[in-house]
Design a protein around this ligand. Structure first.
Ligand code: NAG
Ligand code: NAG
Ligand code: NAG
Ligand code: NAG
Length: 314
């Protein structure tokens, strides 16, 4: 058979499966007065979050295709790599923990848009006059193209020793750099990324898992995760308030990038690019950018970093 047809047929088969999965009714039980659910592969393990709509209920293949419309165009740099199924499979690990499943469908959609806003901005090859507009080029990359170093930090030679010959350049959906970051994320995912950083550029499910892990995991003790600050799990302390850190999208950038983008005033291009992707995705998902809230929660222009200095970078 013509390979093109095989591909089309397998895509068709996948659509049917995905469609079937989104209709799954959760199994329900009550433990100490709390309703818990298990929804099979997508939301497994008796969690209250699994009683709610899950990501495949409100975010479908066509929406993923709209958000990342240009990723498979001939000039893109990771043609054929990223797909919907990899995202959903990766998200399945974290939905029982609240990723995309807190507070009902509408809040879930906002979190998915926010997470993907980070992803789109970090993997975009769009520029001002690109066809389709600069925001339609997310997931254009899956790795740094011309790394000029190995990103091996010897300070961690006991905890996260660099494997001979391995290069820890940027890879993934929210790119990972440096041996210690590959090491930490590998521990989190129970995959030996320290010895095999290349797995991230070979496996889109793993690449999305690593990005969602970053979103769900605090960078440090006494710090919230991006997920926590976005969904409102995090309650700002007095210090946070003094540092202008408020729950919302702006503070997710503080968690993930610190003073590389935050506290640099309203003109930081990297900050504004992430915000633009988030708003664009809210529109495309049918939520609408007006739901993103006021400018104070959207940006981090005046925020102090949770952890000053660039050591909070990725
Ligand atoms: C499930 O969704 C409802 C709204 O539909 C929301 O009130 C509730 O908090 C959600 N449950 C959890 C555990 O987030
Ligand atoms: C890709 O990564 C996922 C998640 O870690 C894993 O389950 C899967 O087996 C991997 N696929 C391949 C082809 O290695
Ligand atoms: C609040 O900030 C002050 C001054 O920077 C610091 O000494 C104190 O430890 C902080 N408190 C907390 C709870 O982080
Ligand atoms: C702000 O954004 C740009 C991206 O244009 C980035 O390179 C720069 O380092 C950022 N941070 C600061 C402190 O200006």
């Amino acid at each position: 058979m013509n390979p093109k047809w095989v591909l089309l047929l397998s895509i068709a088969a996948m659509l049917v499966v995905v469609d079937g999965q989104s209709a799954v009714e959760p199994r329900v039980k009550t433990v100490k007065g709390k309703k818990l659910c298990d929804k099979g592969w997508e939301c497994k393990g008796w969690s209250a979050y699994c009683c709610n709509e899950t990501i495949s209920d409100y975010f479908q293949v066509y929406q993923f295709e709209n958000l990342f419309a240009k990723r498979n165009s001939p000039v893109a740099h990771a043609v054929g790599f990223w797909d919907y199924q990899s995202f959903i499979t990766a998200a399945a690990l974290y939905q029982p923990l609240g990723f995309g499943t807190i507070g009902g469908k509408f809040s879930g959609m906002k979190e998915v848009a926010a997470f993907l806003g980070h992803v789109g901005s970090k993997t975009s090859c769009g520029y001002g006059v690109a066809t389709g507009g600069p925001l339609s080029w997310g997931l254009c990359y899956n790795k740094e193209l011309s790394p000029d170093k190995y990103y091996c930090d010897d300070y961690y030679k006991l905890t996260y020793p660099c494997a001979p010959g391995a290069a820890y350049y940027g890879r993934g959906a929210i790119p990972i750099y440096w041996n210690y970051n590959y090491g930490k994320i590998g521990e989190g995912l129970k995959v030996d990324l320290l010895n095999h950083p290349e797995y991230i550029e070979q496996n889109a499910t793993l690449a999305f898992q690593a990005a969602i892990w970053k979103w769900m995991t605090p960078a440090d003790k006494h710090q919230p995760s991006a997920h926590d600050v976005f969904v409102g799990n995090w309650k700002p302390t007095k210090n946070d308030t003094l540092a202008k850190r408020v729950p919302g999208f702006g503070t997710t950038m503080n968690v993930l990038y610190g003073d590389l983008v935050c506290g640099q005033g309203p003109d930081n291009e990297s900050m504004n690019n992430m915000i633009s992707h988030y708003l664009y995705y809210l529109d495309l998902m049918g939520v609408g950018r007006e739901e993103a809230g006021p400018n104070e929660v959207l940006n981090c222009a005046e925020q102090k970093a949770f952890k000053p200095s660039s050591s909070s970078s990725s």
